[in-house]
Design a protein around this ligand. Structure first.
Ligand SMILES: [Fe+2]
Ligand SMILES: [Fe+2]
Length: 181
């Protein structure tokens, strides 16, 4: 693998791994604040970030060794509204800056495995940003998120709160394999 794509993937792996942890912590806080469905959304999305980190790690399977990994990662444990804003900011950074830049490099370098991992991630992050925005609108009115189901596609990290999709709109996996939160 080309050095720049490998470094970008390691950074994306670091960012996704930390988002995975951060959303677990913020999910517990949402439960404590009386927003259990927001808690479920955080936990489903936490697992989505784990899916992305795993895809990136596997794409790097032949790049063995120890590395220092620099990755953007939000910190702070605030109110659930503040935590949701932190989540939206992180998702939008990935959607608007990080993944478009990394994907452009991987395209130039014709790194197909890296591209498929990062394309799943950027499409899922767009959905995450929308759902966190919906959740914040509810929480800012003092309400919990309304959701029929909170479901995760374990292949690509897509999350839905309607469950009306028969297939994952990103990776085409069947709804039967979606994981419920
Ligand atoms: Fe995300
Ligand atoms: Fe999917």
């Amino acid at each position: 693998m080309h050095a720049m794509t490998a470094e970008n993937l390691r950074s994306a792996y670091g960012g996704e791994s930390q988002a995975h942890m951060r959303y677990r912590i913020w999910g517990d806080k949402a439960d404590k604040d009386g927003f259990p469905t927001v808690g479920r959304l955080f936990r489903a999305t936490s697992e989505a970030e784990e899916v992305h980190a795993t895809l990136h790690f596997k794409a790097l399977k032949d790049e063995k060794g120890d590395f220092s990994v620099t990755a953007g990662a939000g910190f702070g444990l605030g109110t659930t509204s503040e935590n949701l804003q932190g989540a939206i900011n992180g998702e939008m950074f990935e959607v608007e800056q990080m993944y478009p830049a990394y994907i452009a490099v991987a395209e130039m370098q014709d790194e197909k495995t890296a591209l498929s991992a990062m394309r799943f991630a950027i499409e899922a992050e767009k959905v995450h940003a929308n759902l966190f925005t919906k959740a914040k609108e509810a929480v800012d009115k003092g309400k919990d998120l309304e959701a029929d189901e909170v479901l995760l596609c374990p292949v690509c990290g897509f999350v839905t709160i309607t469950g009306e999709e028969d297939n994952c709109p990103i990776c085409k996996a069947k709804k039967e394999i979606f994981k419920k939160f």
